[in-house]
Ligand binder design. Structure first.
Ligand code: EPU
Length: 530
């Protein structure tokens, strides 16, 4: 298992290219099961979840290959992961003096010569991160219908094969999915939608068993207690694309990733209108052909990088972003005081004044995305004043709060909300990632913290971010990936009580606040008194 050692306090500067969207790529890959003929997908991010889904597709009879990319084959990424280091304490090899800025401080004018934006947008196109080879996929065996627990338990998006399998092969046996530990994640709306299309479904022994001779169009309402469902809409929309007759979906998810899947299906010959709105109109077709498609940019990765720039009081240009998909995030960051200038598919992020606390409510699109909640929380922990974050999509998605507290953040949980009292500085610490976006939030906090941090269980991050540490390191961050073994813990994180506590004067006197010093309160009794 890997961990990150992050040397905090370095200002991020430079340009970075955002990868294709994980949450668009995964349902689109799954929808290949509904097609006949070869598909070529550009911009599929290089992620563990993508690899897992490709393994699942292979098991389901899809031939998957990565096209060779000539300019990439011989190259090593500039920031290739560091080899595990032997010997006590990991030497990060990072220059601590360079480009450091205290977490809560804005750069002064003489620290930072401001060059007006845009400048050189497009130059990042040659960076190693743009050379992601296309994925080629084609169904070569339409017999299998089992999506096994061993693969589906590793990611939520495994459920996305249900609709395409059912629609194209008439039968599906799909394990109930796993994924991030962010609260309840039922699939009742997926099942309701597919049942309305005429599927027979039952859940038994951890699997969904579904069959249908030919699905038929229906009127379907997909709203649930927390709004619409993203992967549920993907499943039902893909199935309806091959159903006989017309389907209307009300309360469909409006997320851009659902729109990207819809556009991909239309490119294959589907007839879907209303994409990006809660009302979808789908005229079923007999078959879907292969096609070529480019995945939209990842708005969550872009938001994460924007917040990284803000937290390090940096100056970062992001390329390959869909500005229109990020209105709520950009507006909120501007309200907090982050300067964001946009030109075409690029944005420059700087901080030129003190940041302000904020009230953030996570909602389905076009609201603030729940997938940016943890990263915003990281940012607000360093902003003086009281901020409130409420997550209306996943009201229990707060596992990161306790880990941020280990770094000195002050956060109080109140039901679906967290109340954050900004602190001047975070301090580096050992922390544990609990899920994908929580991992990102901890990386951001570690970038802004004073001193070194270690983030354990970084495999969560690898599931959903395409080479995040390389991108951040290209911008000047100090992140080293190492094997998570005690030998690799940085010496800077080992604690010497003598340095952290007042000198022991030999009197064994209790220190601390007055009430703590009272033996009466503490109910500590010498053995003879007991
Ligand atoms: N819900 C139901 N019944 C259902 C389905 C969902 O009540 O049948 C509830 C959920 O419990 C939740 C809300 O509806 O409270 C929204 O869940 P949704 O189904 O929209 O989530 P999802 O499709 O499982 C996708 C993303 C998540 C993202 C959510 C919300 C993928 C693979 N995952 O999950 O992404 O948080 O939509 O936008 O697309 C991530 O990338 O880190 C991530 C967790």
């Amino acid at each position: 298992m890997d961990m990150f050692v992050v040397h905090g306090g370095r200002r991020l500067r430079g340009r970075v290219r955002v990868s294709g969207a994980k949450n668009a790529a995964l349902p689109i890959l799954a929808a290949v099961l509904a097609s006949d003929g070869p598909t070529v997908l550009q911009g599929v991010p290089d992620l563990v979840d993508v690899t897992t889904l490709c393994q699942l597709l292979t098991a389901l009879g899809v031939e998957v290959s990565r096209e060779r990319c000539p300019s990439n084959s011989a190259d090593q990424p500039e920031n290739a992961p560091a080899e595990p280091v032997n010997g006590p304490g990991l030497d990060t090899g990072l220059d601590t003096a360079d480009a450091c800025v205290p977490a809560g401080e804005s750069p002064t004018e003489d620290q930072d010569q401001y060059v007006p934006f845009p400048f050189g947008v497009g130059e990042a196109d040659d960076s190693v991160h743009t050379r992601v080879p296309a994925l080629k996929l084609e169904v070569i065996n339409s017999g299998p219908c089992l999506a096994d627990y061993e693969l589906v338990r590793r990611m939520r998006a495994g459920i996305c094969v249900l609709g395409p399998l059912l629609a194209r092969r008439g039968r599906a046996c799909v394990s109930l999915p796993g994924g991030c530990n962010i609260g309840d994640r039922p699939v009742d709306l997926h099942l309701k939608g597919l049942a309305a299309l005429g599927a027979e479904l039952r859940v038994e022994r951890g699997y969904i068993f579904a069959c249908a001779r030919r699905l038929r169009g229906a009127k379907i309402y997909l709203g649930g207690p927390f709004g619409s469902t993203v992967t549920g809409t993907c499943n039902v929309m893909t199935a309806a694309a091959l159903a006989r007759g017309v389907t209307t979906i009300e309360a469909a998810a409006c997320e851009p990733e659902v729109g990207d899947l819809g556009n991909y299906l239309n490119r294959m010959g589907a007839k879907i209108s209303g994409l990006g709105t809660p009302f979808l109109h789908i005229e079923g077709v007999e078959s879907l052909a292969g096609c070529e498609h480019t995945i939209i940019p990842d708005r969550i990765e872009a938001a994460t990088l924007m917040i990284a720039a803000a937290m390090t009081r940096g100056d970062v240009v992001l390329e390959n972003i869909a500005v229109d998909h990020m209105t709520a995030v950009i507006e909120k960051l501007r309200e907090i005081g982050v300067a964001i200038e946009t030109v075409g598919h690029a944005a420059r992020v700087t901080v030129r004044r003190d940041l302000l606390p904020a009230d953030c409510i996570m909602l389905p699109y076009p609201g603030l995305p729940t997938d940016v909640q943890a990263q915003l929380m990281s940012l607000l922990t360093t902003v003086s004043g009281i901020s409130i974050i409420t997550d209306k999509v996943f009201p229990d998605r707060f596992m990161h709060a306790a880990e941020l507290a280990r770094m000195g953040a002050s956060i109080r949980r109140e039901g679906p909300s967290a109340i954050i009292s900004g602190v001047p500085d975070l301090s580096g610490a050992s922390v544990m990632a609990s899920d994908l976006r929580a991992s990102a939030a901890l990386v951001l906090a570690a970038l802004a913290a004073q001193g070194d941090s270690v983030i354990h269980r970084i495999y969560h991050l690898d599931r959903g971010y395409d080479r995040l540490e390389h991108k951040l390191n290209d911008l000047g961050a100090g992140i080293v990936r190492a094997q998570d073994v005690p030998l690799n813990m940085p010496a800077s994180l080992s604690i010497n009580p003598a340095e952290m506590l007042p000198a022991d004067d030999g009197g064994h006197e209790l220190r601390g606040p007055k009430w703590l010093r009272s033996r009466e309160n503490l109910k500590i009794h010498a053995p003879e008194e007991a």
